[in-house]
Ligand binder design. Sequence first.
Ligand code: C2E
Ligand code: CA
Ligand code: CA
Length: 501
Amino acid sequence: MQMISYKSKTSSALRITAIYTFVAILWILFSDLVVNFIVDDTSVREKIQTYKGITFVVVTASLLMLLISRSNKALLKSNDIDFVTGLPRLGLFLKMIDRQISNLSPADRYAMYYIDIDHFHELKETLGEEQAESFLVSLAMDFEQHIYPGAIVSHVHADEFSVGIKVEPNTDIENVAKKIQHLVRLQSTVYGMSTTCCLGVALYPDDGMNARQLLSSATSAIETAKTKGNYIQFHDLSLTQRAKQRHQQFLELRDAIHQEQLSVVYQPKYSLSDNSVCGVEVLARWNHPDKGFISPDIFIPLAEDYDLIHQLSKLVLKIAVNELVSTDLVGSCLEHISINISASEFNNPHEMTELMAFIKQTPAITPHIRIEITERAALDEIKRSSELISVFQQDGVSFSIDDFGKGYTSLAMLKDLAINEIKIDRSFVSELTSDSRSRTIVSAIIGMAQSFDIDVVAEGVETGEQLAILKELGCQQAQGYYFARPMPLVELKDHLRLEPK
Ligand code: C2E
Ligand code: CA
Ligand code: CA
């Protein structure tokens, strides 16, 4: 934000006045000399002197008009900018925040902090008006430079400031508030004081959908904070608690991935013609040292939201490949090693290329890798998806559409995507025995897939009854607790030894 300071305005006024005085003096001194030199006749000289005087008045008046209109314009502009600190005033600040909010993507958040200096009156009395103002100016500069990259800062009123920041996955919202308190304390020590401040914090979208609503939430939060002094109050306590917990969990997951503390399990997939294992699905597991088993339904969305999913996929792939190459299962009992990837990865060409490069490092495994993508991810951009799929297929990797039927079901997409397998979502399988419509849908999926020569896997088979119906409908493959639960490699080896070949 460009600062229009009082100092720079005063110096420009002085400059204009100096130039004007200089030109006027030159004019008065030399114009008479010139006239006297050129004209001899006294009466003509007097007339010229009169016209010269009139011209001088007209030029000066025009100049004044120009200066006044310029100053009016500057005044209008200064309504947006605070005179003391050079920061945006509230109106402009809210406009700037609204602009930033309108550019956020749906998953993004925005935080607004309202800052109130504790006991500012006492500070003013101790330091005097001028020093107190200088303290606010220094503080404004600190806030602009040190709070957070891209932060928008406003001097709202007397000893009150407000700050808006875009919340990134790594942003610790409370830490930013603490940093603000630290900056206030630090700057006040320069003035021989030990000043604290209170903060009210509001988060978009939970506490408000636009800048004004956020401001109102933040100011109502600060009312509570002010009763305590040197305090940070979030508008929605429970939300803040949840956000903090989730952030903490993200940090732990990030460490677990970096330290390769995740593990994988394998769930066999069966061919229904002879009940033999034809592949395995690799599933990630996180066994937290203190909290124990954490479900993928919790940590996978967390990894997706906090941009960790690609690192997680690479780790899962690395562990599975390392484990499986140490056995002679791949290619003999296990035709397919199915790996799950998330929508965000599938739609990111760079990440997919990186994944492929890793897969190709182990040529013995490459043709057995089957990538499971959710139907929604594949549907996003059908043309690009189909191109990506065929490039990978040239290297021998095959593709499966996971949770088929759950999202934007479109059997028609099968004609556009050269996929190798679809996995019928568990919800249809579980209703097979009770809901005739589920049976009809499953039957249609199987019929259509077969006509495109695509493998069909029924997911989540839990009972013999479900299996019997699936067989009746012509389903070729199945997976589910009825056959086997996901298991670590040692158990998988035993399991495969006992299976009919
Ligand atoms: P999914 O890909 O649909 O995997 C199947 C899930 O259903 C697994 O849950 C599996 O344990 C469970 N399951 C298998 N058979 C049955 C059954 O008969 N009944 C019931 N009720 N459940 C069954 P899990 O391991 O908890 O994984 C949940 C989801 O997390 C997976 O759903 C997948 O979307 C995701 N996920 C797991 N590992 C990874 C991974 O490495 N990367 C990515 N991107 N996602 C993963
Ligand atoms: Ca899957
Ligand atoms: Ca699935």
